[in-house]
Ligand binder design. Structure first.
Ligand code: AMP
Length: 211
């Protein structure tokens, strides 16, 4: 089973990706992580890629598609993969169709207002990256690893608003491309983590039952 997960920054996409991969034993393929790995290995491609990433620019389609294909060959895709951060443009979505059969496209939807209130309340563990709601938990130390809980430096209203607007502009054509396909499902991302996860699982499980 191969899944594409799409969602705005701070929509809980990362948390859902983790939960889905754990439950269905999928490989979590984040193109952002793949690129950061290539950059850290300092090979032929690293310098060029770093230039784009450091400026917050998208890597051109022809390069990212090659990086993606190469990475696919190197990983264990036996049980399937969850794509996080790919495709981000119409051309990437069109090319993906010929590279991999996609069973589900889940678009997590959340308004900018709900995202801003979430990040205002979000603290993360500086050691293991676990997210917490400060209001709900009132913690200062991570329950998982004992690390210090801090605010992310990019969790400001201004930065998140910019990232949200960039995301909306960019993914518009990708969503248009997918929205009439039967693999596409819209998920209400304003619900709690468990409720969002339940929405996703119930779609997968009801397909399994009707098989
Ligand atoms: P992310 O961690 O997903 O925000 O990705 C970090 C950086 O990697 C982005 O700012 C882009 O420079 C690059 N990147 C990741 N995925 C893609 C993609 N699908 N297309 C183009 N560039 C990408």
């Amino acid at each position: 089973m191969n899944i594409v997960l799409i969602g705005p920054p701070a929509s809980g996409k990362g948390t859902q990706a983790k939960l889905i991969c754990e439950k269905y034993n999928l490989f979590h393929l984040s193109t952002g992580d793949a690129i950061r790995k290539i950059i850290s290995e300092k090979g032929d491609l690293s310098h060029g890629l770093k230039g784009f990433v450091d400026k917050g620019l998208l890597v051109p389609d022809e390069i990212i598609v090659e990086v993606f294909k190469k990475y696919l060959n190197e990983i264990d895709t036996q049980n399937g993969i969850l794509l996080d951060g790919f495709p981000r443009t119409l051309s990437q979505a069109q090319q993906l169709k010929d590279i991999l059969k996609i069973d589900y496209i889940f678009e997590i939807r959340a308004s900018l207002d709900s995202i801003i209130s979430r990040i205002e309340d979000r603290i993360i563990c500086e050691k293991c990256g676990t997210n917490y709601s400060f209001k709900k938990k009132g913690l200062s130390i991570c329950e998982r690893c004992g690390g210090k809980l801090v605010k992310r430096s990019d969790d400001t209203t201004e930065i998140v608003t910019n990232r949200y607007n960039d995301y909306t502009k960019l993914t518009h054509s990708v969503i248009d491309y997918y929205k009439n396909k039967q693999e596409y499902h819209q998920i209400d991302g304003e619900k709690s983590v468990n409720e969002v996860f339940d929405q996703i699982c119930s779609i997968i499980e009801s397909d399994k039952e009707s098989e």
